[in-house]
Design a protein around this ligand. Sequence first.
Ligand SMILES: Cc1ncc(COP(=O)(O)O)c(C=O)c1O
Length: 404
Amino acid sequence: MSTQVSPAIQDIIDQVKVDPIPKNYAADNAAKRKEITRTFISDTMTVPSEEMLTYATKATLGDDVYFEPTTFALENHIAQLFGKEAALFVGSGTQGNQIAIRTHLKQPPYSLICDKRAHIYKYEAGGPAFNSGAHVVPIVPANQHHITLEEVEENIVLGNDVHMAPTELVSLENTLNGTIFPQDEIIRICDYAHSKGIKTHLDGARIWHVAIETGKSLKELCEPFDSVSVCFSKGLGAPVGSCVIGTKEFVARGRWYRKMWGGGMRQTGFLAAAAAFALSHNFPQLVKAHALANKLEAGLEELGAVILSRAETCMIFYDPAPLGLDFEEIGQRAEALPEPLILGGSRLVVHIQTAEQAIDDFLSLIRQLAEEKRAAGWVPPTANGHAASALKDVYVRRKVQMTK
Ligand SMILES: Cc1ncc(COP(=O)(O)O)c(C=O)c1O
């Protein structure tokens, strides 16, 4: 059989060829590995370790639309770990949440209730409205921490008044902005929702952190919910992947939406293997990440910054205004350090690849900037000024950053 091609075809073959990996990829990747140890923007930016990548190459090579063995084994492990019947591997946390919402909601009109700061409401591009035709009723928690049963009761829509969109789903998030939703309140809300025939979903992208911090099992934490979505690509440090978890029937239906939305991936084994590596090797490292977050919070408080949202797990929101500083100035000076620090704004995220040195350097920088301000005649505001800043929306982004 001749495999000779015409000059025209050879020309096309040459046009198609590409080698996007830079020649100095090893140095580039080493720089990226260093950079992430000093990046406080998000735990989504963690990079796969060499060991994770090596392990991933051993994965099976099936096609996941027809059940890929490594992926299927991961799904079964996750289902068992969370005490539910089945799980579905999906490409992202957003896809997991959107599939879950779409699978629960059948025939509009309907609405869903969530916290006003929830990812599904603020950062999923209006997905519940677009994908599921759902009216979202966002609640601002009066306690500035988590929504309560009383607030759900106040906002729930029951009955068949044609003016209203009945509540068919309550969606909670744990952690939310790094804070832990009290389990007894979750149980109260979910019991109440179920007593009214309303489904419950948990965006558990960072539920791992709750288990590490509270000692409660993942099964116990998720028992009150009909469905859960969890992420491997945030605190756990895998490159890609999430799971939607629920009953067999729910997951089978969700698989349909995954396909419809273009999320039916093929040889996913290496992605599932990377996620499995993250569960086995990275999950325990959250203990250290949380300890570093506590150190960071204590250091900031000692310097006189206001803590807007505490380091219950891996995130801190702070306000440097009492020191005469703003995020733009801090961010620019941090980037100008001989070993730069990368900052997003009021939110500081500590992750499994954060170096303790980065925390020390950040606190030294704040101390130095505050001293410079005082030397330039800065007078701290009154206690009232501090209190007012604590009531602001906690997530102030630097203008230059587009982060989640
Ligand atoms: C709480 C929460 N849920 C869902 C998501 C969405 O995950 P993804 O970026 O994988 O779509 C994020 C992303 O950071 C998140 O923080």
